[in-house]
Design a protein around this ligand. Structure first.
Ligand code: URA
Length: 445
């Protein structure tokens, strides 16, 4: 009866009380509420919204649906980063080993593909053998030994988010500020952190597309972090074009490996370093931003970050040789170049259309049960503002077969627009938000 009553009330615009959210999250995590009722409730919440008290109550209910990672007594502070989701956003794969190599513990719990965006877990699982469903005991041991864990929500930890996250992705209920805030903060608070850095994506490819809403989401999550003694900082970064060049699971792992070995695309490196600097400062291992940045660059230059990634892969059952030989990642059956249909400025590289194309090509899920093909994706070298000649390569299609190539060609034709005049893209990193307020780092809408 509980779920039906709450669906009705939320559908009619009413409030759900903290004790009711708690009972709901526990019952759903225990498989006592069917997916169809939770889907209806999520849609009601999506359409009617949650007030600030409800958002906090839902977060805490989801957090308490499972256990927490015990990070007490580690020899270094546990600090993490989470992105609200983007296309080509492989920053977590680079940042976790990079930051662990620089002196912090990183207990990172990530998600799978969500809506039109890719997920860190799906990307990591394209590495042969890589296992993400660790037990809490395994995660703790690994943190002690190599200072870094990249794991999924499980039946033990964040079980309500594990199920709701997958359900939201398949029911068009992702882009809701309270649902995003509760999903992210319930996972992150379960990690037992001393600090959290959030990457709030801006623009057409983000789940939140106006600056006002992006700032509101950042502030809500920072407030929840603060009330749980987890200092939280957010950077607003551009998602009006894909981040880096590669989009698709194994292609993104390859690009993350390039980043860790000193050959990452400039925009990916800038966002990675900016978030990494915040993590080192929050964790107290650095006080100067300049020195923190230099430290991160050194970890990459000396190979220390790549070594840490190899240790992480080996610890989680994967084949660490992938770092030296990305050719052992799953390879696409059909590879073709995509060229510019005319000369002009690249005006837009629309992330949503690209993310949806990857799903259609088999690299993401339209339904919860779908099995993904890690090999498919796109490498798009064109960036907004570039001048291109007709026939010049804009990217490469990696598909399963001819049908996949055609799907990608059609999608790229829509996603990449070429115009006679350049269009102003969003600044790569535009705002820094803390509990003290909002700092504008770069102007521009
Ligand atoms: N990341 C999450 O973990 N949850 C969301 O809802 C969005 C991004």
């Amino acid at each position: 009866m509980l779920a039906l009553r709450l669906i009705e009330r939320k559908r009619n615009g009413g409030r759900i009380e903290p004790a009711e959210w708690r009972a709901l999250a526990l019952a759903y995590a225990a498989d006592e509420i069917p997916d169809y009722q939770m889907a209806a409730l999520l849609m009601a919440a999506y359409l009617r919204g949650l007030d600030a008290t409800e958002t906090v109550a839902l977060t805490e209910a989801m957090l308490d649906s499972g256990a927490r990672l015990d990070t007490s007594g580690l020899d270094r502070p546990p600090v993490d980063k989470h992105s609200i989701g983007g296309v080509g956003d492989k920053v977590s794969v680079v940042l976790a080993p990079l930051i662990a190599s620089a002196g912090l513990a990183v207990p990172m719990m990530s998600g799978r593909g969500l809506g039109h965006t890719g997920g860190t877990l799906d990307k990591l699982e394209s590495i042969p053998g890589f296992r993400t469903n660790l037990t809490l005991a395994e995660a703790r041991r690994q943190l002690e030994q190599i200072h870094c864990v990249m794991m999924s929500q499980t039946k033990e930890i964040a079980p309500a988010d594990r199920k709701m996250y997958a359900l939201r992705s398949a029911t068009a209920t992702v882009d809701s500020i309270p649902l995003i805030a509760a999903s992210i903060m319930s996972k992150k608070l379960a990690e037992g952190l001393d600090g959290l850095v959030l990457d709030v994506k801006r623009g057409s490819g983000s789940f939140v597309t106006t600056l006002e809403d992006e700032l509101r989401l950042a502030k809500e999550m920072i407030g929840i972090g603060l009330s749980h003694d987890c200092p939280t900082v957010a950077l607003l970064t551009a998602m009006d074009r894909p981040l880096g060049r590669a989009v698709g699971n194994s292609l993104e792992i390859e690009e993350a490996i390039n980043a860790l070995t000193g050959d990452g695309p400039p925009d990916l490196m800038e966002v990675t370093y900016a978030l990494g600097v915040e993590m080192l400062i929050l964790g107290g291992v650095m006080t100067s931003r300049g020195e923190a940045r230099a430290r991160l660059e050194k970890q990459i230059r000396t190979g220390a970050a790549a070594e840490c990634f190899k240790r992480l892969i080996a610890a989680q059952g994967g084949d660490p040789r992938v770092v030296d030989d990305p050719g052992i990642l799953p390879q696409a059956g059909a590879v073709e170049i995509y060229t510019a249909p005319r000369r002009g400025f690249v005006a837009r590289v629309e992330p949503r259309a690209i993310g949806r194309a990857i799903i259609e090509m088999g690299g993401g899920r339209a339904q919860m049960e779908d099995v993904i093909d890690p090999s498919v994706g796109l490498v798009i070298t064109a960036k907004p503002g570039d001048w291109v000649e007709e026939g010049e390569p804009l990217g490469t299609i990696f598909a399963r077969d001819r049908v996949g190539v055609d799907t990608a060609r059609t999608a790229l034709g829509v996603a990449i627009t070429i115009a006679d005049v350049a269009v102003q893209a969003l600044p790569l990193i535009s705002h820094r938000v803390t509990s003290d307020g909002v700092e504008v780092l770069a102007a521009g809408e």
